[in-house]
Write a protein that binds this ligand. Structure first.
Ligand SMILES: Cc1cc2nc3c(=O)[nH]c(=O)nc-3n(C[C@H](O)[C@H](O)[C@H](O)COP(=O)(O)O)c2cc1C
Length: 387
């Protein structure tokens, strides 16, 4: 079983993640993990301060030796490069407590108010530090290891941005590989140059007005064999697990598999992907409206997931709120914030997709070593062709 947990506050000394269940023999380097962290970190619309202070790098503290996983738990540590400025504010010691550090005006749309009520805290920082999407740096490191495993099994993951602040990209005619490689070069991860410009203008406008923007992105996984996930029990279904993985990312409020909500408007005859067969290729489809999953199991076509990200809750022109101590009405706290995180969110979407797929792969081809897992996969594919 592949499982993981992350720990660490946004401005604490470091983020930590422990990942268990990756088989032995998966080649990996810290540089590979750090490349994923950097893809997550830099995009147009995120805070400029990030570029100077918070260059994320992960140290691998266990589970990897001489460039290969050992099959033991893998620990990642991502240090806060700005810790010296937070030592007092985030100190473990009660002696460092100071009233001036207290935040008392919850932001509508953030975890602030619900968190202080639920956990009986008198400072919204006690909540926002862990609710913050900084935690996704740790998940991206975990996702990088899972992605490495998947690559060794021929599974690749791509993403690009489809929409920001109502500006919609046209990507229908692009192959997955082309959309991805254009997105990799775009400051907003958008493969459509015309839309990219408009998205950047929309972000500049929102920034100038103290506002924020959301959007939509697509993640695609290719090379998934038939039969990842399971139709026999609700919590084993691959679509449900991917949806949970995506919606667990901060600010993610919608998820679609394949044609998703658009399916509801169509007739069945106009939607379902007809089945074909060719000797040597096996069963296949010529369309992929299902998005690669039927009955909670991968059907061998690319897995397509779309995610909707809301505009962020920290506004420089803040909304109305109530002071949690005095109960007086006032505007919400203004804290340092991104304007639009959608491009970074797409990279996080890739990471959580990699984790969910690696978990499903381990269940189907469960092994202690990569070589054994590859053998199981090869035999299974041969079996499918003989079916
Ligand atoms: C990559 C990324 C960056 C984010 N940056 C911010 C930010 O700078 N300011 C903010 O208010 N919310 C930001 N968020 C969203 C909040 O973390 C999130 O809205 C909050 O924790 C409440 O959770 P919910 O929106 O999932 O309900 C970000 C989300 C993502 C995915």
């Amino acid at each position: 079983m592949i499982r993981y947990a992350t720990a660490g506050e946004s401005h604490g000394p470091s983020l930590t993640a422990i990942l268990e269940g990756i088989p032995a023999g998966v080649p990996v380097t810290e540089a590979y993990v750090n490349k994923e962290l950097s893809r997550r970190q830099y995009s147009f619309g995120r805070g400029e301060r990030l570029q100077y202070i918070e260059k994320d790098t992960a140290r691998i503290l266990s589970g990897v030796r001489w460039g290969e996983t050992l099959g033991s738990p893998i620990t990642f540590q991502i240090e806060n490069k700005d810790w010296e400025n937070w030592e007092k504010i985030m100190s473990v010691s009660a002696e460092d407590q100071q009233e001036k550090f207290r935040l008392t005006r919850p932001r509508p749309g953030h975890a602030d108010l619900v968190g202080v009520l639920k956990f009986d805290r008198k400072d919204t920082r006690d909540i926002l530090e862990r609710a913050s999407a900084r935690e996704t740096a740790a998940r991206t490191a975990v996702g990088a290891l899972c992605r490495r495993l998947l690559e060794e099994l021929g599974i690749k993951i791509y993403s690009w941005v489809e929409e920001i602040g109502g500006v919609v990209a046209h990507t229908e005619t692009l192959s997955v590989e082309d959309a991805f490689s254009l997105a990799e070069k775009s400051p907003v991860r958008c493969p459509d140059k015309k839309a990219e410009e408009k998205m950047m203008d929309a972000i500049k406008d929102a920034k100038a007005n103290g506002d924020t923007l959301g959007g939509v992105y697509t993640v695609v996984a290719t090379g998934c064999p038939v039969g990842l996930g399971n139709h026999t029990q609700w919590d084993l279904k691959l679509d449900g697990r991917l949806a949970q993985a995506i919606l667990s990312i901060q600010a993610h409020k919608g998820v679609e598999m394949g044609r998703g909500f658009d399916m509801a408007k169509r007739k069945g005859s106009d939607l379902h992907d007809e089945i074909h067969y060719k000797e040597g290729r096996g069963f296949f489809r010529e369309s992929n409206n299902a998005g690669g999953i039927e009955g909670g199991m991968s059907n061998g076509e690319p897995i397509v997931v779309r995610a909707a990200v809301k505009p962020l809750a920290s506004l420089r022109k803040p909304l109305r709120s109530v002071n949690i101590l005095t109960k007086a009405e006032m505007t919400a706290e203004i804290v340092r914030s991104d304007v639009c995180p959608v491009a970074s969110a797409a990279v996080i979407g890739e990471a959580v997709t990699a984790i969910a797929l690696a978990q499903a792969v381990k269940e189907k081809f469960g092994s202690d070593s990569l070589r054994e897992m590859q053998d199981h996969l090869t035999r299974y594919k041969e079996h499918l062709l003989r079916f």
